[in-house]
Design a protein around this ligand. Structure first.
Ligand code: ADP
Ligand code: MG
Length: 327
């Protein structure tokens, strides 16, 4: 029911960037190799996501938009994911409950696409035939149109869009094999082709983090005690006034973790004689059994069995690298 969905929406979609994150993750779950994100008015006007994933069958469109009707649970790993991320099967119904939503999709074996949508609810609407290539398109218009108090809390268009750009960037830095395009008010923000090899990866880093980061950073790749740390470390000369270029992934998942951020901060402290913030994009690969992902739903913190070793790897490898580079 709409009210329950709106309450759930408070958890899932606190702002346009959260909608974008959920929808892009759905595209990736559907095996998309290319995802296009089109935004108008910082997401308050329009969020449109297109993908070339496996699509949604006609008879599953209304299920996808109905609370608790869907589930990707098919294994123990999925169960763990549910425990970890929470709110499974609630994103689409929640988003629908606070927007004018249209879902158009075509599976590989369908003769044509089908569409279904509504404003706040679908209330017995049935899918209609539509023209669309294989894959899925979701349009979310007028977010929070029916919850004015929430709509009032949206920040400026520029701020909301910056959050969206961050959200897409974070995902794009974890899936180099998928193409991502982002537009705002008809203007191209980035167009990331699937990246193969070091060169391709670097060119994606350049598009997301900027030329300056690429010229003023150094690659790192260190393995210790069965863990691997790789990525790019900004030189101290590239220190930023804000901590806005810090990405840490653990086993492919973006993490905001005090311990890890602290280890890097400490490594830089020695060589950075300013109050500015270091910039980095790093990937930590560890034995999945050595990290506890069973933490609070929307948070991205992790608990390591051997926290000390992880801290020491990050601190040690980065500190050593920075000292070696010191003039
Ligand atoms: P969840 O992702 O937790 O299953 P969602 O509400 O985000 O729940 O999505 C509901 C369902 O709709 C998904 O389980 C999936 O079956 C389907 N779906 C959503 N987006 C897509 C997409 N882009 N491509 C294919 N299927 C999708
Ligand atoms: Mg989802």
């Amino acid at each position: 029911d709409t009210l329950v969905n709106q309450i759930a929406a408070g958890e899932v979609v606190e702002r346009p960037a959260a909608v974008v994150k959920e929808l892009v993750e759905n595209s990736l779950d559907a095996g998309a190799r290319a995802v296009e994100v089109e935004i108008e008015q910082g997401g308050a006007g329009l969020i449109r996501i297109r993908d070339d994933g496996k699509g949604i069958a006609a008879d599953e469109l209304s299920l996808a938009l109905t609370r608790h009707a869907t589930s990707k649970i098919g294994s123990f790993d999925d169960l763990e994911r549910v425990a970890t991320l929470g709110f499974r099967g609630e994103a689409l119904p929640s988003i629908l409950s606070v927007s004018r939503l249209k879902l158009v999709s075509r599976t590989a074996d369908a003769e044509h696409a089908w569409e279904l949508g509504g404003a706040g609810h679908i209330d017995g609407a049935v899918p209609r035939p539509a023209a669309h290539p294989f894959g899925t398109m979701i349009e979310v218009r007028d977010l929070f149109f029916n919850t004015p108090a929430r709509r009032k809390f949206l920040k400026t268009e520029a701020t909301e869009f910056r959050q969206i750009q961050q959200a897409v960037s974070r995902i794009a830095l974890s899936r180099f094999d998928v193409g991502f395009a982002l537009r705002h008010n008809g203007r191209r923000v980035f167009d990331l082709v699937p990246a193969a090899g070091d060169e391709g990866r670097l060119s994606r880093i350049r598009e997301i983090c900027g030329d300056e980061f690429v010229t003023q950073s150094t690659a790192i790749d260190e393995s210790r005690l069965g863990m691997r740390l790789h990525g790019w470390i900004g030189l101290p000369s590239f220190a930023r006034p804000q901590a806005d270029l810090q990405y840490i992934y653990v086993n492919g998942r973006l993490i905001r973790d005090r311990l890890l951020a602290f280890a890097l901060k400490r490594a830089f402290a020695d060589v950075m004689h300013s109050t500015h913030h270091p910039a980095y994009v790093v990937y930590l690969e560890v034995d999945p059994a050595s990290v506890d992902v069973n933490v609070h739903p929307q948070k991205t913190e992790v608990r390591f069995r051997e926290a000390r070793q992880v801290h020491d790897l990050l601190f040690g490898a980065v500190h050593q690298l920075l000292r070696r580079l010191r003039p």
